[in-house]
Design a protein around this ligand. Structure first.
Ligand SMILES: *Cc1c(COP(=O)(O)O)cnc(C)c1O
Length: 405
């Protein structure tokens, strides 16, 4: 993308974030109503029949649709540059419903090995029980990816970008070329860490982009939601299955999500700037072994990130000298950064992946899946960056202290 078009997209996105979606609301209100209803009335049997004959577009029952949710779906479709979007009760409801919509017994899926842990669990254990096989390939290993594809059987390639906790950035354009070389293969990209502001997977050739809207899209750590965007037919098939599986988004949460989305571009810009500043600062600290941030030249995917992302995101992972205990001293000493899982909210959160997502594993088991004990993951918020750095300075000082005698 040239600088000019990149800039243009950004400006348009800010406008879309505020205005996309239905223009007219009840009582001429500026903001949409929260349509709290589980069901919808029909004026007459004639109207009912017209609806079921497909001659009338309207709502019928809450599991199939809600105008508050629908309005936010339209905003998200505009932001993702998609024909349509569908919202779900959580990111995992979006992931599982989408995969179930395109896979059947005998099919095969390829996943990059650093996909979200629950996505891998769903495919590796649950879908296997249903007779769907899968192969994990290392991110960036295109030879392994090509070898993993089983012609006629592989129906989907699932990848993520950037990933947790090392912020690996997928070459989505190249993934799309691989899938285009095989008939009947779809490319799903979980773009949760990037948002439509930093990454445009559909424009790079993906068929479906997925987001945990719980993270940056909602942006305030006050809701759970998931979203998929893509071609109208594909999204409709997934939405139809949503009506069967039932993972629908509640209208209250949809309202909050729509509200959060209005400031998406502002927030993501602030996250990008703060995280880059923090990552560069961390790289100069003697107590830090290594920093993982795609905006740093030291990151293995920096080149891809520069080409395919328009911002490097708000998550920074680093390795603290002194291992697990030093990491714990660090996070315990932070006052601004709160210890919590999740990411993408306005407040800075900090965690040790070894003790959060992978607590039940031993150090050896964690290392086998690439999770080092000395990792600290930071979801950099939108606070004043000097306050975030002062907090980390306090944390790093504590990390370097020996255990109290
Ligand atoms: C959090 C997350 C999910 C799951 O989303 P929920 O809203 O927690 O269900 C999926 N993918 C990624 C990359 C995530 O960070």
């Amino acid at each position: 993308m040239t600088q000019q078009t990149k800039k243009q997209t950004q400006q348009n996105l800010s406008t879309l974030a505020v205005h996309a979606g239905p223009r007219k609301h009840a009582h001429d209100a500026v903001t949409p109503a929260v349509s709290l209803t589980s069901t919808y009335t029909f004026e007459s049997t004639k109207e009912l029949c017209a609806y079921f004959d497909g001659d009338l577009e309207r709502e019928e029952y809450g599991r199939y649709g809600n105008p508050t949710v629908r309005g936010v779906e339209q905003k998200l479709a505009a932001l993702d540059g998609a024909q349509d979007s569908a919202l779900f009760a959580s990111g995992m409801a979006a992931v599982t419903t989408s995969l179930l919509a395109v896979l059947k017994a005998g099919d095969h899926a390829v996943l990059t090995s650093d996909c979200y842990r629950r996505t891998r669990q769903f495919v590796g254990s649950f879908l296997h029980k249903l007779g769907i096989e899968s192969t994990l390939v290392e991110p960036g290993d295109f030879a392994a990816l090509a070898a993993a594809i089983r012609p006629g059987k592989t129906k989907v390639i699932v990848s993520e970008s950037p990933t947790n906790p090392y912020l690996r950035v997928a070459d989505v354009r190249r993934l799309a070329e691989v899938k285009d070389a095989h008939k009947g293969v779809l490319l799903f990209i979980d773009s949760t860490f990037a948002t439509p502001v930093n990454q445009r997977p559909l424009e790079l050739g993906a068929d479906l982009v997925l987001h945990s809207a719980t993270k940056y899209l909602g942006g305030h750590n006050d809701l759970l939601a998931g979203c998929v965007s893509g071609r109208a037919g594909l999204v409709q098939a997934i939405r139809d299955l949503r009506g069967v599986l039932g993972g629908v988004l509640d209208p209250h949460s949809a309202y909050l999500l729509g509200r959060g989305l209005k400031t998406l571009t502002l927030r993501v810009k602030a996250h990008n700037e703060n995280a880059l500043t923090v990552a560069r600062w961390l790289e100069g600290q003697p107590g830090v072994q290594r920093v993982w941030y795609p905006g740093l030249e030291s990151h293995p995917d920096h080149k891809t990130a520069r080409e395919q992302l328009s911002g490097f995101g708000g998550v920074v992972t680093f390795e603290v000298k002194g291992g697990l205990a030093a990491g714990s001293r660090l996070v315990d000493a932070c006052r601004l950064a709160r210890i919590a899982p999740s990411l993408g909210g306005v407040e800075t959160l900090i965690e040790q992946p070894a003790l959060m997502s992978f607590y039940e594993l031993t150090t050896e088991q964690r290392l086998a899946i690439g999770i080092k004990d000395e990792l600290v993951r930071l979801s950099v918020g939108i606070e004043d960056v000097n306050d975030i750095i002062a907090d980390l300075q306090r944390g790093l000082a504590a990390a370097q202290l020996k255990e109290a005698a």
